[in-house]
Design a protein around this ligand. Structure first.
Ligand code: ZN
Length: 306
């Protein structure tokens, strides 16, 4: 799935909300302490386990007390969670965030902040009740989700602080690992913000995928990429390049290693005008997936006829 670019007006509105929170916290240093954010915004975070029916009963009965919609249709909230395969949820009436405890612990930080942003973005309130969630079109839902992700990135990466740090370091996965550690966030979330925010004017692309040499082990070998993040410049000039096309090139330079750096290589892409350009690619394998960063290098010299 490719990333969606948001409108400048919406981005600015979200930035204002995030600045207010950081100011409310006394403009702290990274990493962001989520317990401080919860206290400041008066949010309550609870965990549920998807697939655990007894816990689900308890969870639904608890929610039923305070949430009007659930009183009318007791299974509605749980239906919404199951159908949308949600990993987390924002329940406005209770100022409560629900996170699926079955998700890896490392991801909870992102999920909680994403839901916090739903609570902060004024125009999200009308969409976040179970009833309306059902009526949202997939494209509208995608915008809402992208806005919450954008805001979560702004908050967890301290807005301009992240951009300033990233620009002071060489463009590489090693830098991304350093930045991730500094802000206490996952490498995946750092990689995504890095491509979207830091190198907006340079064609850069990032993939989170299965290992190119172990495709058979993928849940769905037809969809090896979990996410494909393009910088605005990449979208504009190379938007026609599909994520599976990019993934197919990884085999040319990746080793069979299962952990750590698995190779670097040059890859040629054709832009919207039909010109060819070199990109420098590098990939890194973790327990869960392969992270790849591709950065624009130079135009392919064309032979001049006489
Ligand atoms: Zn969401």
């Amino acid at each position: 799935m490719k990333n969606l670019l948001l409108g400048e007006y919406e981005k600015r509105d979200i930035q204002v909300q995030v600045t207010k929170v950081l100011r409310g916290l006394g403009n702290p240093s990274p990493p962001l302490k989520l317990e401080d954010v919860r206290a400041l915004l008066d949010l309550d975070v609870r965990y549920y386990r998807s697939g655990d029916d007894s816990a689900v009963q308890e969870f639904v009965s608890k929610v039923r007390i305070g949430l009007k919609q659930i009183v009318i249709r007791p299974t509605l909230l749980w239906d919404v969670i199951k159908r949308a395969e949600l990993s987390a949820l924002w329940v406005p009436d209770r100022r409560r965030i629900l996170v699926d405890a079955n998700e890896p612990l490392l991801k909870h930080r992102w999920f909680e902040t994403h839901e916090t942003l739903h609570s902060l973005i004024p125009w999200h309130q009308q969409f976040m009740l179970g009833d309306t969630l059902k009526e949202l079109s997939p494209s509208c839902l995608e915008v809402i989700e992208s806005e919450a992700n954008y805001g979560a990135g702004q908050l967890l990466f301290f807005q301009e602080l992240f951009v300033t740090m990233a620009r002071s370091l060489p463009v590489s996965l090693e830098s991304i690992r350093l930045i991730a550690k500094h802000f206490g966030n996952t490498i995946t979330s750092t990689l995504w913000r890095y491509v979207e925010e830091v190198w907006a004017d340079t064609p850069v692309v990032a993939l989170t995928s299965v290992h190119p040499h172990y495709l058979a082990q993928a849940e769905d070998p037809m969809q090896p990429c979990q996410r494909c993040i393009e910088s605005p410049a990449f979208k504009q000039q190379f938007g026609g390049v599909g994520e599976n096309d990019i993934f197919a090139r990884l085999q040319s330079y990746c080793t069979y290693g299962k952990r750590g750096p698995i190779g670097t290589g040059e890859i040629i892409f054709t832009d919207v005008n039909g010109d060819s350009h070199y990109f420098c690619f590098e990939s890194f394998a973790t327990k869960y997936h392969v992270q790849t960063l591709g950065v624009y290098s130079r135009k392919l010299a064309t032979a001049v006829g006489f």
